[in-house]
Design a protein around this ligand. Structure first.
Ligand SMILES: Cc1cc2nc3c(=O)[nH]c(=O)nc-3n(C[C@H](O)[C@H](O)[C@H](O)COP(=O)(O)OP(=O)(O)OC[C@H]3O[C@@H](n4cnc5c(N)ncnc54)[C@H](O)[C@@H]3O)c2cc1C
Length: 454
C-alpha cells in the first residue's frame, strides 16, 4: 500500500508460498535469480496443512496423498528428506448404498452387476475420450467444442442409464473435483483424467493418487522448501495491488512493497482476480478467471484410541450415498495409534454442511461413521475438520474447474503471460493438474519462462 513500511526489491516477485510459489522460488534461486515470495498467511503450504493431534502425531487437513506417477512431488520430498509410507488399505471396504451397508474388496463395490457393467463401460469410454485431449491445449482437441458445450452431468445422464451407475459416477466426480457433475464441463473432466493418466489413477488408492502418505505430514515438504529459501519468503504479506509501471512491477502487500523486474503469481485464478491490477488485466484473462470456480470440501477426521475397525477385518475405507460424507479412509498415523477415520464432505454436501454449525457437522460425520463402522465409531476422543471454502486465502479446493466453454473460449489465457506477469499454480499444470505434483511443475515452468525472459 502507499505508505508501506518496508520496500524491498528483487529480480522476481512471487505471490503465494504454496507448492507452486515455493518451487518457482527454488528453481529461480538455483539459476542465480534473486526472488522474494510474498505469502498472505502466517505459514507456507497453502492448500496443504499439517495438524498436530498430540504425542507427535500429525494429520493433514489439506492435501496429503501422493501417487507413484507423481514424480515431481516424490522428487521434491526426497530432496527435502521426507519419506513416504503406503496408505492403509488392508481389510474389507464398506459401502452404504440405498440404506444398507455391505463389505467389498478393491476399488469397485460389489453391487448389482448390471450397474457395475454400466460404470465399467462409462469408465472405458471416458478414458478413450480423455486420451484425445492434448494436455497443453485442450481447446485444440478435435471434438473440443462438442465436449465443452455440455456438462459432465449431461454426458453421464446419457451414458449411464441406471440410477445406481449414475450414483457411483457422481460419488467419483465429487471425490475427485469437490463439485457436482452438473457444474463442470465434459472437456474439463476429460482433460483432468488425461492429466492424471486415466480414471483409475485418480480414484485408486494402491497405485493411484491415494497410494502413499508423507512421514511427518505433507506440509513438512513445504516447510523445508521454505527453510531452504530463508528470508526470501515473507509471511503475513497479503498482496493487494500489482502495477506494471512500464519499467517493472510494483507490488503492494500489507505493510510491505516490492519492486521487481517480473512477477510470478502462484495462486489460483479465483484468488488472482481478487488482486487490484494496474493496468486492468486483458478482458480474456479476467473473464477466464470468472469461469473457473474452486470446488467445495470439508475434510473431517474423527480420532479414536485405536483403529478398532482393523481388528474387525475392515480397511477403514468406505463409500456412502447417504448425501453427506461421501468417501472415507483410514488416516491413522504410521505407527498405528491413535485410530483416525477421515471423511470428505464434498460438492453439494460441503455447500450444505459447510453452513451448519461445527457441532451439527461433527454429529453428522460421526453418525455416518457409526452407520458404516459400528457403534464404537460414535464415540471419538477428538474431532478435527477444515472447511476450505471458508478459507480466505483458498476460497475452496481441491482446485478450480472450468464449466462449459471455459477451455474452448478462454483456455489459452490460463498460462499466457501478461507483459511481465507469469502464472503458476496447480490450475495451470498440464500433468497432475489439481494436485501438489501439478503445483510443483507449474512453478518450475513459470520459473523457466521468467528465466528465459530476463
Ligand atoms: C482438503 C484438500 C485435500 C487435498 N488432497 C490432495 C491430495 O491428497 N494430494 C494432492 O496432491 N493434492 C491434494 N489437494 C490439492 C493440493 O493441496 C493443491 O493442488 C496444491 O496444494 C495447490 O498448490 P498451489 O501452490 O498451486 O496453490 P496454494 O496451495 O493455494 O498456494 C497459494 C498460496 O498463495 C497464498 N495467497 C493467495 N492469495 C494471496 C495474495 N493475494 N497474496 C499473497 N499470498 C496469497 C495462499 O495463502 C497460498 O499459500 C488437496 C487440497 C485440499 C484443500
Amino acid at each position: 500500500m502507499p505508505g508501506a513500511s518496508k520496500t524491498r526489491s528483487a529480480q522476481v516477485a512471487i505471490v503465494g508460498a504454496g507448492f507452486a510459489g515455493l518451487s518457482a522460488a527454488l528453481d529461480l534461486t538455483a539459476r542465480g535469480v534473486d526472488c522474494v515470495v510474498l505469502e498472505a498467511r502466517n505459514r507456507v503450504g497453502g492448500r496443504v496443512l499439517n495438524h498436530d493431534i498430540g504425542d507427535g502425531n500429525i494429520v493433514e487437513v489439506g492435501g496429503q496423498w501422493v501417487g507413484p506417477t507423481q514424480l515431481a512431488i516424490l522428487g521434491m520430498a526426497s530432496r527435502m528428506g521426507v519419506a513416504t509410507y503406503p496408505t492403509h488399505i488392508e481389510g474389507e471396504n464398506v459401502i452404504e448404498y440405498r440404506g444398507s451397508v455391505s463389505r467389498y474388496t478393491g476399488t469397485i463395490p460389489r453391487i448389482n452387476p448390471a450397474v457395475l457393467l454400466q460404470v465399467e463401460w462409462a469408465r472405458r469410454r471416458m478414458n478413450a475420450m480423455a486420451s484425445q485431449v492434448p494436455l497443453d491445449a485442450p481447446w485444440s482437441a478435435q471434438k473440443a467444442r462438442k465436449w465443452d458445450s455440455v456438462t459432465f452431468g449431461q454426458w453421464m445422464n446419457l451414458n449411464a442409464p441406471s440410477k445406481g451407475a449414475r450414483m457411483l459416477i457422481r460419488l467419483a466426480i465429487r471425490s475427485v473435483f469437490g463439485t457436482e457433475p452438473e457444474d463442470v464441463s465434459l472437456l474439463h473432466v476429460l482433460f483432468y483424467l488425461h492429466s492424471a493418466g486415466g480414471f483409475d489413477a485418480l480414484v485408486d488408492t494402491r497405485g493411484g493418487a491415494q497410494d502413499s502418505r508423507f512421514d511427518g505430514g505433507s506440509q513438512l515438504v513445504a516447510i523445508r522448501m521454505a527453510e531452504e529459501l530463508g528470508e526470501r519468503v515473507v509471511l503475513d504479506a497479503p498482496v493487494r495491488r500489482i502495477e506494471d509501471t512500464g519499467a517493472g512491477i510494483r507490488i503492494d502487500a500489507d505493510g510491505f512493497a516490492l519492486e521487481a523486474e517480473r512477477a510470478i503469481v502462484a495462486v489460483s485464478p479465483t484468488l488472482a482476480t481478487r488482486i487490484d491490477w494496474e493496468p486492468a488485466l486483458p478482458a480474456r484473462r479476467d473473464q477466464m478467471t470468472q469461469r473457473m470456480p474452486q470446488g467445495a470440501i470439508v475434510k473431517c477426521m474423527a480420532i479414536y484410541d485405536e483403529p478398532f475397525w482393523r481388528s474387525e477385518g475392515l480397511s477403514g475405507s468406505g463409500l456412502s450415498d447417504g448425501g453427506s460424507v461421501n468417501a472415507i479412509f483410514d488416516n491413522t498415523p504410521p505407527d498405528g495409534s491413535p485410530g483416525v477415520l477421515l471423511g470428505f464432505l464434498d460438492g453439494r454436501a460441503a455447500r450444505r454442511w459447510g453452513q451448519a454449525s461445527p457441532g451439527e457437522r461433527q454429529a453428522e460425520v460421526v453418525r455416518v461413521f457409526g452407520r458404516l463402522f459400528g457403534s464404537r465409531a460414535l464415540s471419538p476422543i477428538d474431532y478435527v475438520e477444515r472447511n476450505w471454502a471458508a478459507e480466505r486465502w483458498s476460497r475452496g479446493c481441491y482446485s478450480g474447474a472450468f464449466g462449459p466453454s471455459g477451455w474452448t473460449d478462454f483456455g489459452p489465457a490460463l498460462r499466457q503471460p501478461v507483459g511481465r506477469i507469469h502464472w503458476a499454480g496447480t490450475e495451470t499444470a498440464t500433468v497432475w493438474n489439481g494436485y501438489i505434483d501439478g503445483a510443483i511443475t507449474s512453478g518450475e515452468r513459470a520459473a523457466a519462462e521468467v528465466a528465459g525472459a530476463t
